[in-house]
Design a protein around this ligand. Structure first.
Ligand SMILES: Nc1ncnc2c1ncn2[C@@H]1O[C@H](COP(=O)(O)OP(=O)(O)OP(=O)(O)O)[C@@H](O)[C@H]1O
Ligand SMILES: Nc1nc2c(c(=O)[nH]1)N=C(CO)CN2
Length: 165
């Protein structure tokens, strides 16, 4: 019997330690996780931090094919964050690794520990620029807008492609 996969989009970010290495290792760990296949990954982008003053971030996005539920995927993402030494400090403060679940097919989910689509994705150029690179026509189910359309509404001047990857 063929297996039923869902598609999910995730965002990756890091601004402590060695971000490029951490993000690459996080993707590798995800790809080795049972029930998750890495379908696509964006380039990395150097982005000005949103929130309290802190170093620039390296951000990117990835598309996954998943056989696991949204909650199970979140659990995997949080475990990988822990593995790479994330210490939770101030709200929106610096971190070695941040993994956000952005989209899961066209699902809308409002659970206490998990909201899909990610409630702030539509306003974040550091999410929309890399996501538009790999999924420009995916529709954010709350607005019905494509990622490409959402990107046109934000200022992308603080998001710069990292060329040496
Ligand atoms: N779509 C989602 N993706 C990831 N975490 C989510 C999502 N929806 C809710 N959460 C909850 O948010 C918690 C993570 O909060 P965290 O402190 O990392 O937020 P943040 O990364 O600082 O800010 P932001 O959520 O704005 O990116 C997770 O433990 C999870 O329960
Ligand atoms: N540029 C940028 N700024 C941020 C980021 C991030 O990934 N990139 N993550 C945050 C907390 O989730 C807060 N601010």
């Amino acid at each position: 019997m063929s297996k039923k996969f869902a598609r999910s989009a995730i965002a990756l970010g890091s601004n402590m330690g060695d971000p490029q290495r951490t993000l690459a290792a996080a993707l590798e760990t995800l790809a080795q996780t049972p029930g998750i296949i890495l379908e696509a990954k964006s380039s990395w982008y150097r982005t000005k931090a949103v929130g309290p003053p802190q170093p620039d971030y390296l951000n990117g996005c990835s598309i996954l094919q998943v056989e696991i539920s949204p909650q199970a995927l979140l659990t995997s993402l949080l475990a990988i964050e822990q593995k790479f030494g994330r210490v939770r400090r101030e709200h929106w403060g610096p971190r070695t690794l941040d993994l956000d679940l952005l989209l899961y097919d066209d699902l809308i989910l409002n659970e206490p520990n998990l909201q899909i689509p990610h409630p702030r994705m539509h306003e974040r150029a550091f999410v929309l620029v890399p996501l538009a690179e790999i999924a420009p026509n995916w529709r954010e189910p709350l607005s019905g807008c494509t990622i490409e359309n959402l990107l046109q509404e934000v200022d992308r001047s603080d998001v710069h492609l990292v060329k040496d990857e």
